[in-house]
Design a protein around this ligand. Structure first.
Ligand SMILES: [Zn+2]
Length: 409
C-alpha cells in the first residue's frame, strides 16, 4: 500500500489528462437498457479487490477496471479489447452506438452489438473492478471467422484487423439498410480520386464510420520519374501502420525507414505516363492525414525462407511515450502520446501469450486476462526487446496505440 502510494506520488502529472467524460444523459439512459445483459454475461468479481486497495484514494472516479476471462488462448482477443476499451474516443462512440441500437425495436446480434454490450456492461458495472466473461463476444468472433475458431495461439494484430474491418462492414451495412443520407468525406479531407464528383455537382464518397473518424489516416505515395521529373501521387487509407523492425533501433527509426525514399530500377521500373515507358523513379510515402489514434504494428513475426516458417524477432525496439512525426507527416507538428501497448509474451510466433499495458488517468496498468494490476511507466521499458538473441525476457511490445495531442483529428 505504502509502496503504491509512493509510486503514484512520484509520477509526474500526465501530459494529457486522459479521463472519461462524466456520463451524460445519453449514457445514463443506458442503465435501463443494459439490465438484460446480466442474464447472459456472468460477473465473477467479489469484495474490495487488490487493485482497489492498491489504488486507494487514487482510484479514478467513475472508472472501471475489469479483467477478462480467457476461454482457451483468447488472450489475443482480451489484450486488444482492453486497448479498445481504454481508447476513450472509441469507447465514447461505441456507447453512443449502444444507446441507439438498444432503443430500437429490432433485435440485432452481430460482432459490433456484442462488443457494445460488453463495453456497456463494464461501464455500468456496480463494482469498480472485477472479472467479466466476454463469452458472447468470443462466440460471435468464432462464428464469424474460421481462423479464430481453433484454440491455437492467434495473432493479436490479425484479430485487430479483422475486428476493425468487421465493424466497418456492419456500420456500412447499417447505413445502407437505414437508407439515410450517409455522412460522406468532404473533398478537403480526401485525396484526389477518392471522391467521385457526379455530373450534377453532388458528391458521393466513401462512408465515414466511427472507425474511420478515430483510426483512419491517409498515406500519400509519391512516385517521381527520374527522367521527366513528373510526380505521380496516389493516396491510400490505413487503420494502422505495419513497420519492419531492426535490432537495437527505435520506433522513430523504424518509421523513418518505412517512410524513406526508395529507388525503383531494374525490374521494378515505373511506367511513366508522360514518358510513355518504363523509367527509373523515386518513390516515397508520407502521412497526408494523420489519424486521431495512431496504431503501429511492429512486424516481429517474420517468415524465414531457410526455416520455411515464421520466426519471432526479439529485437530491441525502443518506443517513446511522446511520438513526433516530423517530416514523415505533411503536418510536421503532429504529436502523439502512448496510451496502450499489446505485448506478446513468448519466443515463438505459434505459442505464447498476450497482455496489455494501458495508461488510464495517468497511471499505467497491466491487463493480463482476468488480472489487472498497477504497473507503472518504467515497466514499459521491459517490453522493448533484447539486444541479444536468446535472452530470457520474451515479453515484447507488439501493437502500440498513440493518441494525437492537441485534440486535432
Ligand atoms: Zn517520365
Amino acid at each position: 500500500m505504502a509502496r503504491t502510494a509512493r509510486l503514484l506520488a512520484a509520477e509526474d502529472p500526465p501530459a494529457v489528462e486522459r479521463s472519461r467524460p462524466a456520463a451524460g444523459s445519453g449514457l445514463r439512459s443506458l442503465s435501463s437498457a443494459a439490465s438484460g445483459l446480466w442474464d447472459w454475461l456472468s460477473v465473477i468479481g467479489t469484495g474490495v479487490s487488490k487493485l482497489e486497495k492498491a489504488l486507494g484514494d487514487h482510484f479514478p472516479e467513475g472508472e472501471r477496471y475489469f479483467g477478462l476471462e480467457n476461454f482457451g488462448n483468447t488472450c489475443y482477443c482480451n489484450s486488444v479489447l482492453q486497448a479498445l476499451y481504454h481508447c476513450i474516443p472509441f469507447w465514447e462512440q461505441l456507447l453512443e452506438y449502444y444507446a441507439t441500437y438498444r432503443n430500437t425495436e429490432d433485435t440485432v446480434d452481430n460482432l459490433l452489438t456484442c462488443l457494445a454490450d460488453l463495453f456497456a456492461q463494464i461501464t455500468l458495472a456496480k463494482k469498480r473492478t472485477g472479472v467479466l466473461a466476454p463469452k458472447h463476444f468470443v462466440q460471435r468472433v468464432r462464428k464469424q471467422n474460421e481462423l479464430f475458431r481453433s484454440y491455437m495461439h492467434q495473432d493479436a494484430h490479425e484479430f485487430w484487423n479483422f475486428l476493425l474491418n468487421e465493424i466497418v462492414d456492419i456500420l456500412e451495412e447499417d447505413c445502407r439498410t437505414a437508407n439515410s443520407s450517409p455522412e460522406t468525406i468532404t473533398p478537403e479531407e480526401v485525396s484526389n480520386g477518392a471522391v467521385n464528383a457526379l455530373a450534377n455537382g453532388a458528391r458521393e464518397g466513401p462512408l465515414v464510420t466511427l472507425v474511420h473518424r478515430i483510426f483512419q489516416g491517409i498515406l500519400t505515395n509519391e512516385t517521381k520519374c527520374l527522367t521527366c521529373e513528373t510526380i505521380t501521387a496516389k493516396d491510400e487509407t490505413f487503420f494502422d501502420l505495419s513497420v519492419d523492425v531492426e535490432q537495437n533501433s527505435s520506433l522513430t527509426s523504424c518509421l523513418k525507414n518505412f517512410f524513406s525514399a526508395e529507388i525503383l530500377n531494374g525490374e521494378d521500373k515505373f511506367f511513366c505516363d508522360k514518358c510513355c515507358s518504363l523509367q527509373e523513379a523515386q518513390k516515397r510515402m508520407k502521412i497526408k492525414k494523420a489519424p486521431h489514434i495512431l496504431v503501429i504494428h511492429l512486424k516481429r513475426f517474420k517468415y524465414v525462407e531457410q526455416l520455411s516458417r515464421h520466426k519471432k524477432l526479439s529485437y530491441r525496439v525502443v518506443y517513446p511515450m511522446e511520438l513526433k512525426l516530423g517530416s514523415m507527416s505533411e503536418d510536421a507538428d503532429c504529436e502523439y502520446s502512448l496510451f496502450a501497448v499489446v505485448v506478446h509474451v513468448g519466443s515463438s510466433p505459434n505459442h505464447g501469450h498476450y497482455v496489455s499495458q494501458i495508461k488510464s488517468h495517468g497511471n499505467w496498468l497491466s491487463f493480463d486476462d482476468d488480472t489487472v494490476q498497477i504497473s507503472g511507466e518504467s515497466t514499459l521499458q521491459t517490453f522493448y526487446g533484447s539486444s541479444r538473441e536468446h535472452c530470457g525476457n520474451t515479453d515484447h511490445g507488439y501493437i502500440l496505440f498513440y493518441e494525437r495531442l492537441g485534440g486535432k483529428s
